[in-house]
Write a protein that binds this ligand. Structure first.
Ligand SMILES: *[C@@H]1O[C@H](CO)[C@@H](O)[C@H](O)[C@H]1NC(C)=O
Ligand SMILES: *[C@@H]1O[C@H](CO)[C@@H](O)[C@H](O)[C@H]1NC(C)=O
Ligand SMILES: *[C@@H]1O[C@H](CO)[C@@H](O)[C@H](O)[C@H]1NC(C)=O
Length: 461
């Protein structure tokens, strides 16, 4: 897996804040040392004592590879989840298994074609599903699954008129009420993909039904049109936007990058204004500095419409690709830039990026305040040397495999990154407000009916 080591941080900058060391400080330090010693002793004792009473907490009831294990009195976290290798089991619901699931995939009369849904920036909802079906981490046994994947192409289905908002909401609720495992965990071990800026808001009543589930979305902020964001950093996962396959093909993109010195513009912004302040300012700026900033008026229909190839040919012709926010925070241009080897400049203050635990975005991109879009930004970009730009580009080349929806069998791919993130979400134990458990490992509902006897439709929150 690709990772970038950060440059050493400059602590020197803070040194003038340090106050002189007084007698009070010395006493304080001594106290800290002593108290740390006692607290550590206390913990050691506590662990060895709790160890000696472990028979009361019978870990043997749990499966062998999960749960906390103690070795010589030292508490160990499970290797899985925090460890060095991927080991998880994901159940992918079958479209024929649950009444309504087919509608979420192909629309009310099953007329929406998957090939159409595979293309464009929302293709990730199809790709993740297909790649999980092929994954070696897929299981066909629900009882052994760590996580459950609920496939749906609703963003595409809605765009193509296959379902309206009301139907999407009702169909989701119908589907969920047929899933005993969803009920058992309150949805905590169930995964949903929402590939667009609306995030989980695509399912109107998401906050009632799936607000404990794991949501995969490129959008971590949706506070502009709705009062609440559907993203929760503790349980959800940011995924990359789906870059055109023609550009991510291994080593052979349809449009190849240009040498930095051969690029005509300092920066570009390729996109419509959509009445957004930041975008309008950029278009204004390009009229002032037409030889520095390229902002072509993109037509999305008619004879002047940019073809896919033309679009990327423009994108590669600048050193910096500006990615301002649009309808929502996330922007596909940020991801596309890596494949024409243009340094992305994020102009979207609330945007959040995928795989931040392995990618140090400060090494491969720039984020500039959207409130300061103007001549100042162009001057700043012009001050960066080609050598520095090439450094960012070559580091970007190393990490971009994580932005490509390839299989988990590849050494580096977006799906592999997602699986690592998912593994960290695996919980050994799940429960909902309507789940109860007994002394012998039996799960029951409020009526004390054993889990195996739960019958759909299941009451939902
Ligand atoms: C979504 O569907 C459920 C079940 O039919 C319903 O109770 C709920 O009110 C709907 N939500 C919205 C926002 O329409
Ligand atoms: C999830 O929804 C339930 C029911 O609407 C609500 O009581 C709860 O506070 C929500 N939880 C979170 C984490 O938003
Ligand atoms: C666990 O105990 C309950 C209550 O005594 C009983 O109904 C159930 O069958 C037991 N489950 C197992 C797996 O033995």
């Amino acid at each position: 897996m690709a990772s970038l080591t950060s440059k050493p941080r400059n602590f020197g900058a803070y040194s003038h804040y340090a106050t002189p060391c007084t007698r009070t400080h010395q006493i304080g330090a001594l106290f800290l040392v002593v108290s740390t010693f006692f607290v550590t002793r206390l913990f050691d004792q506590w662990f060895s004592e709790s160890n000696s009473v472990t028979p009361a907490i019978d870990l043997r009831l749990t499966s062998s590879n999960a749960g906390i294990t103690t070795e010589n009195g030292i508490l160990r976290w499970p290797e899985r989840g925090y460890g060095s290798h991927l080991s998880l089991k994901i159940y992918v619901y079958d479209e024929n298994e649950i009444d309504g699931l087919k509608e979420l995939l192909y629309g009310r009369d099953e007329s929406v074609k998957t090939t159409a849904c595979l293309k464009g920036q929302w293709g990730s909802q199809v790709k993740i599903h297909k790649l999980l079906l092929e994954s070696k981490f897929r299981t066909i046994k629900k009882h052994e699954a760590d996580l459950f994947f609920v496939p749906a192409y609703v963003k595409c289905v809605r765009m193509l008129g296959g379902l309206n908002d009301k139907e999407i909401n009702q169909t989701y609720v119908k589907v969920l009420s047929q899933m005993p495992y969803f009920r058992r965990s309150g949805g905590r071990d169930h995964i949903f993909v929402f590939p667009s800026g609306a995030g989980a808001h695509l399912f109107r009543s998401w906050s009632t039904f799936i607000n404990r589930s794991i949501i995969l979305t490129p959008e971590a902020d949706r506070t502009d049109k709705k009062d609440t964001t559907a993203f929760n950093t503790w349980k959800d996962i940011i995924i990359p936007g789906n870059v055109d396959d023609a550009m991510t093909k291994n080593g052979q993109p349809d449009v190849r990058p240009l040498p930095v010195s051969k690029r005509k513009y300092l920066a570009n912004y390729l996109g419509r204004a959509q009445g957004k302040a930041g975008r309008l300012k950029l278009i204004e700026l390009s009229k002032q500095y037409p030889d520095k900033l390229e902002c072509p008026d993109l037509k999305f229909s008619g004879t002047e419409k940019f073809g896919r190839t033309t679009y990327f040919e423009h994108l590669r012709n600048a050193k910096f690709c500006l990615a301002p926010r649009g309808e929502s925070s996330w922007t596909l241009r940020f991801y596309e830039s890596f494949f024409v080897e243009c340094v992305p400049v994020l102009l979207s203050d609330h945007a959040e990026l995928p795989f931040q635990n392995v990618i140090d975005y400060a090494q491969v991109s720039i984020k500039w305040p959207s409130t300061r879009i103007g001549t100042e930004l162009l001057d700043y970009l012009a001050s960066i040397s080609d050598k520095d730009i090439e450094g960012m580009i070559s580091r970007g080349r190393k990490i971009r495999c994580l932005l490509v929806y390839g299989p988990d069998s590849a050494s580096c791919s977006a799906v592999k990154g997602i699986l690592w993130e998912l593994q960290r979400k695996v919980r050994h134990f799940h429960q909902s407000t309507e789940t109860f458990w007994m002394h012998n490992g039996s799960f029951v509902n409020r009526e004390l009916v054993q889990f195996s006897g739960w019958k759909p439709p299941m009451p939902l929150p």
